[in-house]
Design a protein around this ligand. Structure first.
Ligand code: FE2
Length: 414
């Protein structure tokens, strides 16, 4: 029996923790475990609970899609995980859920007691997830993740199936610097794992369906490299669609925030490429990807009971040295507010908006009225909304935007 209408998820990805001076450009991230750099202008983790509370947002789960510590440093991994657990407690979330990134596995044999995943298996609370199946702290879900490279967890209260996938499962077991697959960069979902996922998903029938992994499911449009997505990702995408559900896929890895659909088909998964909370980023296509966190609200009551659509809103914040967290702009990341899951015909929507603007002439048609007439418009992705509004503007209709680049008014001018 489902008793929750909304699932709220806070995504904090790619911490890349280290113990050095984060002011040095040689360090991989702005997050240092050194307590000298714990103030909110130096440490991106410090103010996260404050910003969530300030916006009055609830959090049910804190998700972290991999790369806790840079280059698998076990001490930094442990501190980063403990800091995320503190954020879980301070935001009132019930669960902290992670997955392994390429930086979480000691594939370079840097540490003398070489065992590529042992540091993660020693984390408290249990990694990647501490919820239990048969009895308290039984570790069954965690053990399944490590033994099968994925775990499927049902959440009856949210009518939800969560798949936590280990796309770094083959790191450390062979040379990571040779061979044609570039597995050390791309990650891999093996054919055996894919078939096992397919088989297990056949036994689940929920309205909300989510996959958490580290590597990219499909090609990121901003990233030129054509093989930067996970090996087996195309097959996974097909298997997810074969369930008859629209899945929400959340990943990290390349530190370039983006929200899109995996392809153009109706059941294509919604893919959130989470920004890194702290890693130093580098220009992509002339744009500087921002350090971001994302709060996702999935609206179960608005969604078709079959699970054939997933509808939600995302709120994002951007962090900068000195100034800390602020409401995100569209520059180099996700905007402050956007949605996902609603995919109407762009031409039909353009015509509807232009007609509304004409009806209101010589006055303006407020966007709030547009939303009240068609509430599902809040679930347009920012790219889809921008493209439709561009089409609207081409008709001569004026669109006024607010400071977050969200539409405020439509005005028809003869
Ligand atoms: Fe990363």
């Amino acid at each position: 029996m489902r008793d929750k209408n909304v699932l709220n998820v806070l995504v904090i990805s790619d911490v890349h923790a280290h113990s050095q001076d984060p002011r040095s450009s040689q360090t991989p991230s702005f997050y240092s475990t050194n307590s000298l750099f714990s103030d909110a202008g130096s440490n991106p983790l410090t103010d996260i609970p404050t910003i969530i509370k300030k916006h009055g947002l609830a959090v049910d789960w804190v998700l972290t899609p991999g790369d806790l510590g840079d280059r698998a440093d076990p001490t930094s991994q442990k501190i980063a995980w403990e800091e995320l657990e503190k954020i879980r407690q301070q935001t009132g979330a019930t669960l902290l859920i992670g997955t392994t990134g390429n930086h979480d596995i000691d594939s370079r044999r840097n540490f003398p007691e070489f065992d590529p995943k042992s540091a993660l298996q020693a984390l408290k609370p249990m990694f990647p997830v501490s919820c239990s199946l048969f009895e308290e702290n039984d570790g069954v879900y965690s053990d399944r993740f490590w033994s099968r490279n994925f775990v499927v967890i049902p959440f009856v209260e949210y009518d939800c199936t969560l798949v936590v996938l280990n796309s770094s499962a083959f790191h450390g077991y062979a040379s990571d610097t040779k061979g044609p697959s570039r597995e050390h960069l791309r990650g891999k979902i093996s054919p055996l794992t894919l078939e096992a996922i397919k088989k297990e998903l056949a036994g689940h029938n929920t309205r909300l369906n989510i996959v958490l992994l580290h590597h990219h499911l499909s090609k990121h449009p901003w990233i030129e490299d054509s093989d930067s997505f996970v090996i087996g990702g195309d097959k996974l995408s097909e298997y997810l669609k074969e369930t008859g559900k629209q899945w929400l896929v959340i990943h990290g890895h390349q530190h370039v925030p983006h929200l899109s659909y995996a392809d153009g088909t109706p059941l294509a998964p919604v893919v959130l490429s989470a920004g890194s909370v702290a890693a130093r980023t580098y220009d992509v296509r002339g744009v500087h990807p921002r350090n971001q966190i994302h709060h996702i609200s999935v609206h179960l009551d608005d969604m078709d009971p079959s699970g054939a659509e997933v509808l939600g809103n995302i709120t994002s914040w951007t962090w900068a040295v000195g100034s800390g967290w602020r409401e995100a702009s569209v520059d180099g990341g996700l905007p402050f507010k956007c949605g996902f899951g609603y995919r109407p015909s762009a031409i039909e929507l353009r015509n509807k908006l232009v007609t509304a603007a004409k009806t209101a002439a010589p006055g303006v048609h407020r966007w709030a009225n547009v939303l009240s007439m068609d509430p599902k418009l809040q679930f347009l992705t920012s790219d889809d909304l921008a493209q439709v509004l561009s089409m609207v503007q081409q008709t001569g209709t004026v669109v006024d935007f607010d400071r977050h680049q969200l539409p405020e008014h439509l005005e028809w001018r003869e």
